[in-house]
Ligand binder design. Structure first.
Ligand SMILES: NC(=O)c1ccc[n+]([C@@H]2O[C@H](COP(=O)([O-])OP(=O)(O)OC[C@H]3O[C@@H](n4cnc5c(N)ncnc54)[C@H](OP(=O)(O)O)[C@@H]3O)[C@@H](O)[C@H]2O)c1
Length: 296
């Protein structure tokens, strides 16, 4: 006689919307408490069903749940939970960049909407929703005029922080004109005239010291920091070994010339290059490389 455990039959199958709500609930739980335990329990009532799961901070995975996950929904938990429960006391920095097969993030004229698939675009909005701050460089605002909100998914839009040392960006760019008032700049301490929503830092060799930016984020009690572009801003954080994670999305197109994803000093030899620890996620026609940089 075959015998199966009873609770297998009791488990609910859940929708993508429901899975995303359960992930956002994890973000809420970690925001509300200082997590010192080895595992954390999350529960949420959705459409009169109580969904519950426990996440092991040691094993970095779900250890108990009262619902079933298909492969697509399991990917959602695998992507976002390690970022939410990153275990760092300092701000946790993740960068995402979408590049072509030949390594560009935009055409020469700066056109980048949309290099990657709709699935990757949704992922970008999900990353925003679990972050406390989004950082971009001035060129991205000048060339793209992005909104940097979470309008494609459920979840709050975080603070938008633009590195604009010369205070040249006008307030009518979308990042600042949004009614939520959550658009900010970091400008140089040499600038004398400025309006609201500005943080001031000194320049060293005409740049902000990235550690000053991190100290500022720490003072603001911001925990998950999403560096959204462009290539030179992401590369700068990467080169200074300040990123904990990098999401590199590779889209199956070739454009010949453009803005590069990585702008880094040249290496002398391939001999001492270490392999990165990578997990791969399919996003429509794109491949997302989830690169753990905390351990390198
Ligand atoms: N495919 C993607 O995933 C993606 C994502 C985002 C953007 N993009 C595209 O990327 C292109 C722009 O990329 P980009 O590499 O040219 O520029 P960027 O990274 O957007 O901006 C670079 C500028 O930001 C400021 N900046 C960055 N780090 C700084 C620091 N430490 N201190 C002071 N200022 C700092 C500097 O501005 P100043 O020196 O001028 O003050 C610098 O020139 C656009 O075409 C955009 O569409 C693509």
């Amino acid at each position: 006689m075959t015998y199966r455990k009873k609770n297998i039959f009791n488990k609910h199958s859940i929708t993508k919307k429901c899975a995303w709500s359960l992930i956002l609930e994890a973000k809420q739980v970690i925001s509300d408490a200082n997590i010192l335990t080895k595992s954390i329990s999350i529960s949420k009532l959705i459409n009169n069903n109580l969904y519950k799961y426990s996440y092991s901070l040691e094993k970095n995975k779900i250890i108990r749940k009262n619902f079933n996950l298909d492969a697509e929904l399991q990917n959602l938990f695998d992507l976002y939970m390690p970022i939410i429960f990153n275990g760092k006391n300092n701000p946790y920095l993740i960068a995402h960049i979408a590049q072509t097969l030949d390594g560009y993030i935009a055409t020469k004229s700066g056109e980048s909407k949309y290099i990657s698939s709709p699935n990757n675009l949704e992922h970008i909005h999900m990353l925003r929703a679990i972050s406390d701050v989004i950082i971009v460089g001035t060129n991205t605002v000048k060339l793209d005029n992005p909104m940097l909100t979470t309008r494609l998914v459920k979840g709050l839009s975080p603070m938008r922080l633009i590195l604009d040392k010369g205070n040249v960006l006008k307030n009518n760019y979308n990042v600042f004109s949004n009614r939520d008032g959550n658009g900010y700049k970091i400008i140089s301490d040499k600038i004398k005239n400025y309006s609201n929503n500005v943080f001031i830092l000194p320049l060293y060799k005409n740049k902000f010291d990235l550690n000053d930016i991190i100290s500022l984020l720490k003072k603001l009690n911001k925990k998950i920091i999403y560096i959204e572009g462009g290539g030179s801003t992401v590369s700068n954080f990467y080169n200074n070994k300040l990123l904990n994670k990098m999401h590199l999305c590779i889209s199956p197109i070739i454009i010949g010339q453009g803005h590069s994803s990585f702008i880094l000093p040249k290496i002398k030899s391939l001999k001492n290059i270490k392999d990165n620890k990578i997990k791969y996620f399919k996003m429509g026609e794109d491949i997302l490389c989830d690169i753990d940089l905390s351990i390198s």
